[in-house]
Design a binder for this molecule. Structure first.
Ligand SMILES: Cc1ncc(COP(=O)(O)O)c(C=O)c1O
Length: 460
């Protein structure tokens, strides 16, 4: 529900708050002009192309990041999630450095790759797993394995979920205008951008998240053609909207009933929500899962894995390969990172830190009478300005995301960097516990909120 009057009469909005000073941007603006001559949008990813506000990074250390103009930020993006321990963590970097001096790419298998996948199987439900370089490749291969195992072609996915940039799930992802998703009982298959063949779009069935009735309806209509349900256990690209009680178990039951596989996309949640990822956290076991981000502390390590009988369609019957799959750098990073996550209390530290930030934000918001809900998990959470938690991506549009965007923009000017888009959650790393990040983030959030509320009260 949009917030008409966000400040309660008891807690009048502070209108005297000064706007945050402008950031130094000269060098980055010059870099943007240089970059746009050779890179479309001036970056290597559409998601980082923010026009003249595009950030060009110099370095990161722990939970902080510095841009090319020397502005320092508490990093709440952490590279969209992978940097779970902190930037430039010597425990991982030294291990990678030591291993890479032996050569990085052989298209032969190293012991590091085996150890990395042993760790994946020790930590998760997976009995077998294979490495890829990105989350995109992991979900692409998991889909192919599911199709190869079941002999069926169609995939069910949920609106508002992003599974990487291959064609096979780039449907009904993140439209700004949710009416483009069509009727909720019979959603439109909305391709994200041009270039996705119609024949592929026709293999994907989008369903609203948290909607078991529509899912059942889809299976009753065409269940014998559905190879798998591909689901990120939370709506990671809508601030981590949570499954309703029984939703994931319901999806599990429906897939079993109709002989389809269940794939958890744990690219964001894996090794973060729990050592065994969201499957452990929500106590629902899929048939296949994909992992990336947190498994390599920022190095390009990823994997897909699952039940032994399902994964055993490889290598005979289903294609999977990649010159860089299991490369030394990624494998060494995965071994070092997963060993730390397994053997230390890094995750507990991250969860406590996230909870402390949430407590601080809750106090700030409650004092000002702003309705809010926390989504996701303390290690990866969103704060939505709404009375109740939305159930699905369509519900995100009903929240006061304009207020959020204004707060995020002001936070960045004040030295803490969440994603400027209200759909991306905040990511907490282990290093955020090691300095004054928690207090600073809460203080910056409070000042940014006052600025945004003040501007709204003045109608500016
Ligand atoms: C849930 C999910 N799946 C897949 C991907 C794609 O991973 P990558 O960017 O490594 O290709 C992402 C990336 O953000 C993601 O959040």
């Amino acid at each position: 529900m949009a917030i008409e009057n966000p400040a309660s009469p008891q807690a009048p909005v502070e209108t005297t708050v000064h706007p945050a000073p402008a950031l130094r941007r000269e060098r980055q603006l010059a870099t943007y002009r240089r970059a746009t001559k050779v890179l479309p949008g001036g970056t290597n990813s559409n998601f980082r192309a923010w026009g003249e506000r595009t950030v060009y990074v110099d370095r990161g250390k722990g939970g902080r990041v510095w841009d090319l103009d020397g502005n320092e930020f508490i990093d709440l993006r952490m590279g969209y999630g992978p940097v779970i321990l902190g930037h430039a963590d010597p425990r991982v970097d030294d291990a990678v450095n030591e291993r890479m001096r032996r050569g990085v790419s052989f298209s032969l298998t190293s012991e590091d790759e085996i150890r990395a996948m042993e760790l994946v199987t020790e930590l998760t439900f997976c009995e077998m797993a294979r490495m890829t370089v990105s989350g995109t490749e992991a979900t692409m291969h998991a889909i192919r394995v599911a199709r190869g195992f079941t002999g069926r072609d169609k995939i069910v996915k949920f609106e508002g979920q992003y599974h990487g940039v291959h064609d096979y799930a780039l449907i009904s992802v993140l439209p700004n205008d949710v009416s483009a998703l069509g009727d909720r009982e019979n959603p439109v298959r909305l391709a994200w951008g041009r270039g996705i063949p119609r024949a592929i779009v026709d293999t994907v069935i989008p369903v609203p998240y948290n909607d078991l009735a529509t899912l059942r309806h889809v299976f009753e209509r065409e269940g014998e053609q559905i190879a798998a349900v591909l689901i990120e256990p939370v709506l990671g690209n809508a601030q981590g909207i949570l499954p309703r009680p029984g939703f994931l178990a319901g999806v599990r039951a429906i897939t079993r009933e109709f002989g389809a596989l269940l794939i958890f996309d744990e690219v964001k949640t894996g090794f973060r929500f729990a050592r065994g990822g969201a499957a452990e956290y929500f106590e629902v076991t899929p048939d296949l899962a994909t992992y990336a981000k947190a498994m390599g502390n920022g190095y390009p390590a990823a994997a897909f894995g699952g039940r032994r009988d399902v994964m055993s369609v490889l290598p005979e019957h289903v294609s999977h390969g990649g010159t860089y799959a299991g490369n030394r750098v990624a494998a060494a990073a995965a071994v070092a990172t997963l060993t730390i996550l397994k053997e230390t209390d890094a995750l507990e530290t991250i969860w406590r830190t996230g909870e402390a930030i949430q407590r601080g934000l809750d106090e700030v918001l409650s004092r000002r009478g702003v309705p809010h809900v926390f989504t996701g998990h303390p290690a990866m959470f969103g704060v939505m300005f709404a009375e109740t938690m939305p159930a699905d991506y369509r519900g995100w549009a009903e929240t006061d995301h304009e207020l959020y965007d204004a707060v995020a923009a002001s936070m960045i000017r004040r030295g803490a960097m969440p994603e400027p888009d209200s759909r991306e959650p905040w990511f907490v790393c282990e290093a955020h516990a090691a300095d004054d990040s928690v207090d600073r983030v809460v203080e910056i959030f409070g000042a940014a909120l006052d600025e945004a509320l003040g501007a709204r009260a003045r109608g500016s």
